[in-house]
Design a protein around this ligand. Structure first.
Ligand SMILES: [Zn+2]
Length: 141
């Protein structure tokens, strides 16, 4: 028997909740050759500042297709997931917050490799970055 799950209705209300929680993404235009993103002060550029590659595809003025005519289509787009908002969301719940700090508070050191936190590379990272490792809210993986 499954527990009844209540989902918001309609879809846009569910999407609003994910946006409010920070589980969304930004879309940026990018240079085809991966030189730069067209954002911030470069948001209105039509060509790459580094290599000169055009930001937009040549559409060619297809008058038979009114959806394409007159539109500027970027040659490349990337999605950026803001990490800080996602981490803040994980720390908002007491249940997930305890999982986020497990690498400090729940780790056992019985000589058995149960988690990457028990490996020598993790311990070496902690030793080299003691300021970072001393705060249990910092996420290492
Ligand atoms: Zn470029």
């Amino acid at each position: 028997m499954y527990a009844e799950v209540k989902l918001p209705d309609p879809y846009y209300e569910a999407q609003k909740i994910t946006v409010d929680l920070g589980f969304t993404y930004n879309i940026w235009d990018a240079c085809l050759k991966k030189c730069m993103f067209f954002r911030n002060e470069d948001e209105n550029l039509d060509a790459c500042d580094v290599c000169g590659e055009s930001r937009y595809k040549e559409v060619g003025g297809d008058s038979n297709n009114p959806q394409i005519e007159g539109k500027r289509i970027p040659v490349k787009r990337v999605r950026y997931f803001p990490l800080v908002l996602r981490l803040q969301g994980l720390f908002m719940s007491s249940k997930t917050s305890s999982f986020m700090k497990w690498h400090v508070k729940g780790r056992t050191n019985g000589g058995v490799l149960r988690h990457p936190a028990n490996c020598s590379a993790w311990k070496e990272f902690d030793k080299k970055n003691s300021d970072f490792a001393s705060d249990s809210r910092n996420v290492e993986t």
